[in-house]
Each structure stands twice: as structure tokens, then as C-alpha cells.
Design a protein around this ligand. Sequence first.
Ligand code: MSP
Length: 501
Amino acid sequence: MSYYVTTPIYYVNAEPHLGHAYSTLAADVLARHMRQRGEEVFFLTGTDEHGEPIELAAEREGVTPQELADRNAARFEALMPIIDATNDFFIRTSDPRHAEKVAEIMQRVYDNGWVSKGTYEGWYCPRCADFKTERELGPGQTCPIHEIPLEKVKEENWFFRLSAFQGQLEGLYEERPDFVVPEFRRNEAVSFIRGGLEDVSLSRPKLKWGMRLPWDPGQRMYVWFDALLNYVTALTFARDGEDLTERFWPASLHVMAKDILKFHAVIWPALLWAADLEPPRRMAIHGYLLMGEKKMSKSLGNVLDPFEAIERFGADALRFYCFREVSFGQDGSISTAGFEARYETELANDFGNLASRVLAMVERYRDGVVPEARVDAVLAEDFEGAVARFSELLDRAELTQALEEAWKLVRRLNRYVEETRPWELAKEEADPERLDEVLYNLTEGLRVTTLLLVPYLPRTSERLLTALAEDSRRLTELGARPGGQRVERVPPLFPKIEAPA
Ligand code: MSP
């Protein structure tokens, strides 16, 4: 099976911050997990480089939009290996190959009769590059996201005939109850659609930095059309001389935050139909990472720098913290203090110590060779079905719950150590068979659990699985591997971190 997962493409008007890393990491967790399940995975991320926000930012900085885009796209691209994201391609919408494909697709939309001319009048936020409906306005006609006054704009525009797709969209949501997860976001999309759809403006006469409409080169394309299409165009040129569309379209999953739900859950399927293409299979909508009470965003100036956090704690700790602290799908606050607390109690103590202890005991009591023994029924009971539950949760993009499922096993193994007290069994070799059994079960439990944790803690699990002499990364059940392997001790996986100077 093929699995195609995407992140939003990020605006290049500013540098990346942890909010962007968050969506990318979510997609990466899913991509890594699906690879472990033997799926053929394509994971796409990239940058959105056209439109007014970029034009305005470039003006403020006294550079051309392309210069600004080049500079910031490079920063986004550089973030990927730092957070250990395993994207298969990084698309930039200023790539001429993207432009060429967008022109072709939009011309098809036009030829199919889904575009018409009209006048647009509404409240416009240049930072969102979007019109706001009266319902959405903040106090005193301000943007609810950027908290800046909005302009009333009246323009001659081309429109995409979204209203014509009302019935088809309602049908899509009825047929596919999990088209958008979590469910409360699906309900938002459905009620937006049921509220009645208006045609959406597709062009901007005043825009200077954007793609020209193929049928009316005097107007430039509203950035969202060129942006959404990245998910389709990338497949046509990501691999030299190869078109991946057949293999990977429709996409399995689009990951994003709630701010861009409407574009993806309402406009996007309609645009695809208009272009004779299939809508994606699913989209997962997450909440905002907040610092204090506010959304972390560059324009609000309250960002946690992912580069800095990683320098101190490592990418694994950051990945773990994001999905552990904030329930995926909900908004949630993050903080340096919270980060440090989880690092110490959960990563260093619960998991790191467990791993060190188990490996050290195998070394000390059995010369580093995992004993051959049978699965202990009391442990088996708690491991039963865990892999399937974990996988099902990730199928629904429940990243926090899946992690909790794995963490239950970590806690269970710690309790097992306390219950069985291997150091006492080892005293005068009181019960060598039982000690064999306990050590086998601990190693085996650690192996199964670590395999589940690969997508969240890729580096740590890699070290640990190597120490456990496990070659495969496939998910397996407790008892699937008989003993007999030579394992190695590991230095502390999550060492104490000094406070920054
Ligand atoms: N360019 C558009 C998306 C086009 S997709 C075809 C855009 N770009 S953006 O740079 O503003 O990125 C928005 C996305 O970044 C959010 O949907 C979310 O995925 C991520 N996040 C940005 N800040 C975030 C938080 N504070 N918290 C969680 N996610 C955040 O919109």
C-alpha cells in the first residue's frame, strides 16, 4: 500500500518557529510509523512563496520577494534534518515546475466551466491574505488572528464557483465520516458547508508577486490556489523523470492546524473535482501550540525557537514533549519548565533508566546474553493487543493517545521490575530459571515498546535497538523473538542537562 502524507507549506515571510516544526513532526511521526508497517511512503513538506504577505514582508526589508523567499525557504529546509524530519521532498512554490503544472490544472478548471467573473467586496487581511466574513471579524473590524485593522476592499475578480459544489461536498462528508479528524473539526467543516457556500475569489488584480492566470495574464492568482495545488504538482516533479501521481494520489493524509481548515476541508475537495482529480483520503487538524495564553506566532513575537530547544535537549526530547504535553487536536500551552520536567521524569527516569537497568542486568547476571525463556503471562496480559491499538490510533492521527499507549508499556515494565526484583533472584542464584524468565521478558518488552516509539524518539530508539541487537524495525508482539542475542549496555539515554548560562 502507498501512504502519502503532507504538511502545510509554510509562508516564507518569516523564519520557522516551533509551531511549524510541530505540524512537520506530526507528519513525520506518521510517515515513520507507516514505513515500519511496510507501506510505501511519500512525505511532502515545503514553502508557500507567493502572495501579499511575502510581497509586503519583502518590501519592509528592502529585498525582492524572491530574495526573501530564497532566504527563508533555506531556513525551513535546514530545519528538517535538525528536527529529524524524513520528508521525501521539499517543494517550493516559486519552482517553475510547480508554476507550469498549476497553470495547466487551473486552465482545466477554467475550461471545465468552474470559473466566472465578478466583483468582490469584503474585509481583507493582508497578513492572512484572506477575506474575513462579518462573523469572523474581531472587535473594530480587526483580524482575529493578527489583531490588526482590516481594509474594506472592492475588486473586479475571477471567482472559483465553489457554490456549485455544495451538494457534492455534503455528500462527501456523509459518505466519509472520518474525512476530517478529529470529529469536532469535521463538524465545523460540515456546518460551514451547510451554512451555504459562496464563490471564492481566485485572482487579485493588484497583486505583483504571484502566478498569472493562464486565461487572463493581467490578473494574478490568489495565493491559496497555487498553494493548495502543491500537494498535486509535487508528485509530478519530485523525482526526476518520474511521475508519482499514479502511485500516490489521492493523498492519504493532509496534516495542518485549525487556522487553515476551511481552505482544505471545503475549497480543496471542490477545486480537485473541478480539475477532474480525486479529493484526498483524510485530513488531520491539530490545535495551536500556545505560549502562555496566545498562539505562538512570529507576528505576536512569542515563539519558542526550535533550534535552541534542540540544541539543549535534542530533537527526540522535543518531538516527545510536543505530542506528550499537548493533546494532539487540542490547543495547549508549552513552556521551558514543562519541557524540563517531562525530560527528567518521563524520558530520563521512566524510559532511560528502564533501558539502562534492563541492559545492565542482562550484562551482569547473564554475561550480556538474553536468556531463552517463555513469555510471562502477567506481562503478556498487558501487552496483548497493544501494537494493534497503537497502530489504530495512528491510523486516526491520534498522536498523543498512541504515545500514551506506548508509555503504558514503559510504566508496566517499570512495575514488572519492582514486582519481580531480579536483583534478589540473582542473589546466590536463588531461582535461576525465574531470573531467566524475568530478564527475557524485560528485554522482550523493552524491544517491543522501543519499536513502537521509533517515530517519536527516532534517535534514542535507534541506539537502543542496536544495543538490543534488533535488526528489524517492524512492529512485533511480545515473545516474537526468542532469546539468545548478545546485547550491550547503553550510556544514559537522556543525560542531565545543565541550565543555560
Ligand atoms: N501557507 C499557508 C498554508 C498553505 S497549505 C497549502 C499557511 N502558512 S503558515 O506559515 O501560516 O503555516 C500555517 C501552519 O503552520 C498551521 O496550519 C500549522 O500547521 C502550523 N503552525 C503555525 N503556528 C502554529 C502554532 N502556534 N501551533 C500549531 N501549529 C502552527 O498558512
